[in-house]
Ligand binder design. Structure first.
Ligand SMILES: *Cc1c(COP(=O)(O)O)cnc(C)c1O
Length: 381
């Protein structure tokens, strides 16, 4: 069976994990520190902090920006539910921004209109979480300008976009945002089994993220007003969680990070091949915008006729190929639907996107002849 995405683990990846298994440190330790410093170097951010998932990292990022009860957080209508849940964990309210239906990224025009309305109603968001959908960066410069005009903070959900760039700068550099989050779930760009990372240029935010990651505990004498009873002393100064990554996972991450550039190049090559072969068919790939490079976490095609998606899905499955649909708009999920706050009529871009899109297999080891078979299969109906 061939699925829409999967990891690539080579011998070096295995040896990297094997080495750590024989060391004295299995939980967060020197390998995690090294992985963090390599991600900071790769992205150009001042600091990077590893988490046990992107979901935890998003939660911690919201807390670092003081998201709480009475606050509003906006994210994309087309994303994984974790992009929205992180705000709910903090007791905040969530609203969604409609997407451009041929890229899946949030619509800056609609965002502008929504912000103006919210401004007059006094319901502006504290934080906006843009999602670099499928690996194509959002318009960060526009977002950053709007954040200054309307006073919100930005957490980039870059779960899909490690290795992508915006105007020549790597996603994760946080040139236009406060915090960027990556995911290392096996289908994402690189994997640690489960895992995530937060990058930031703010020492204050990095320190808050660090505290939240590990129970709110500090050993820094400058951060507590209590006096040290002895060398064993630590003090819990806020409420945190256990969101730590283990060194076993970090060892895999380090080794995978070494392969990232090749992964991105290969995914781009396969995506270009798909795109060329789709010309003249009833399917088209997502539109690529200028000034940015795509990491191609996913390869999504859209039915021009708007009616072939189910048929194509079934045909692929009957040939042992299992595509997927990313994503059903978040507000359609029972949990969000039950709030009674959302109306699909407010999100025509997301609805159109959802109706026509299909994620077909894209992973580093996808063979060319399989790719051709996929194109032939979806072009049949
Ligand atoms: C995968 C994903 C997440 C969650 O990542 P985990 O590491 O599985 O917690 C969040 N947001 C988006 C957009 C994702 O694709």
């Amino acid at each position: 069976m061939i699925s829409y995405g999967k990891q690539s683990i080579n011998l070096r990846d295995r040896f990297s994990v094997f080495r750590v298994l024989g060391s004295s440190n299995l939980t967060q330790g020197p390998t995690t520190l090294q992985f963090e410093s390599e991600v900071a170097k790769f992205t150009g951010a001042k600091g990077a902090l590893a988490f046990n998932s992107a979901t935890s990292a998003l939660h911690a990022a919201c807390l670092a920006l003081d998201v709480g009860a009475g606050d509003m957080v906006w994210t994309s209508a087309i994303s994984f539910v974790a992009s929205a849940n992180c705000a709910i964990y903090c007791g905040a309210d969530v609203d969604f921004i409609d997407v451009v239906s041929d890229t899946g990224n949030i619509s800056i025009d609609k965002l502008k209109r929504k912000l103006k309305k919210a401004s007059s109603a006094g319901t502006l968001p504290k934080v906006i979480i843009p999602v670099h959908f499928a690996g194509q960066p959002c318009d960060l410069s526009e977002l950053s300008q709007l954040s200054k005009e309307f006073g919100f903070r930005i957490i980039e959900d870059a779960s899909h976009a490690l290795g992508a760039t915006y105007r020549g700068s790597p996603i994760g550099a946080c040139e236009y945002s406060d915090i960027t989050i990556f995911s290392f779930h096996p289908v994402k760009m690189i994997t640690t089994g489960e895992g995530g990372m937060a990058t930031s240029n703010s020492d204050e935010l990095l320190e808050k993220l660090r505290l939240t990651r590990s129970h709110g505990i500090t050993r820094d004498p400058n951060r507590t007003s209590q006096s040290f009873d002895g060398p064993w002393f630590y003090d819990q100064i806020s409420l945190g969680y256990n969101f730590r990554m283990s060194d076993v996972q970090a060892a895999l991450g380090l080794s995978q990070l070494n392969r990232l550039k090749k992964f991105v190049a290969k995914r781009n090559k396969l995506a270009n091949l798909y795109s060329r072969r789709l010309i003249g068919s009833q399917w088209q790939p997502l539109r690529q915008e200028s000034g940015r490079t795509n990491s191609y976490h996913l390869f999504i095609v859209q039915s021009i006729r708007g009616q072939d998606r189910e048929e194509a899905y079934k045909n692929l499955v009957s040939r042992g190929i299992v595509p997927n649909v990313h994503y059903r708009p978040i507000y359609r999920n029972t949990f969000y639907k039950n709030t009674g706050k959302f109306n699909s009529k407010d999100f025509p871009g997301a609805e159109n996107f959802y109706r026509t899109s299909l994620s077909i297999p894209l992973f580093v080891r996808l063979r060319k002849h399989v790719l051709k078979r996929i194109i032939r299969t979806i072009s049949e109906n």
